[in-house]
Design a protein around this ligand. Sequence first.
Ligand SMILES: [Zn+2]
Length: 318
Amino acid sequence: MEQTVKALHEQRSKLWDASIANHAKYIDPKTGLFETKWTQNRPCPVCKEDNCIAIFEKEGGVYVKCLGCEMVYINPVFTDSALTHYYQSNHSVQSEIVENSDEFYVNLYNQGLDSIERISSKGTILDIGCSSGVFLDVAQKRSWQTHGVELNEKEFEFAQKKGHHVHNALLETLDLKTKFDAITLWDVFEHIKDGEFYLKMMSKLLQKNGVIFLQIPSSDSLAAKILQEKCNMFDGLEHVNIYGVKTITKLAEKCGLAVLDIRTVISEIGVINNYLSYENPYLGNTTNKTTIPNLIDEKTLHEKLLGYKLQVVLGVKA
Ligand SMILES: [Zn+2]
């Protein structure tokens, strides 16, 4: 398992370099920031106030923190047409990673399904951005009827061949006849600029007592707070909204949803220990991945919701 995680970071590091190289054509060399023709300013995506401070720059983008609600987000952000341009010319190989590091992801998927099944009945499930369907495979093994949405054509075909009901179009353009007991977004919601619009749209697709499940990087995580701009969750372009416990709760409530379960996964203690030992956080040599000596251990870290990613279950308020 540990070897898998290290291999994962090495693989990510290569991907990261490729992805960042793609940022270059959008950057103004004079400022080191994205050219303004690609971007637009925006208010806080959670509380809609226009009162933020810049916290750091990352690979052409600027992350800010809302002084009203503490939401962390990219501002200015790529316009919709610039994002389309970017995603079309920057083919993600994320699905390759998922196929190659099954065990790591399958564990996370099973943890998520445990949380969902504690609350929802086991019927139809819709995975948004399902890639090649690795999560849907796991859900199917646990007797869910599996549906997915995937824009990438190759990944869509791959998932469909495995017997999942997959759509190759944006969710907002689909006229779905099915209602779902669960809608899942694995590492997807942080890419969506207007989370409020999306949550409201998804809640209309739920069965009575259905749930929405999100796995998202957490601005409250110890790794993010210690590593700041060195932390991989901040990429400057794709991860436009970084929620924490308070801000995802606030957004859910605005959409008539309640947080039914919230927990963290992935401690990143090994990464933090590398950094605290003056090494490269992701590629350093620290072997201690379970405690930050004299400070905190993995179990306490998750109890305090300080893990790298949040797994959140939302349901329609009664
Ligand atoms: Zn705010």
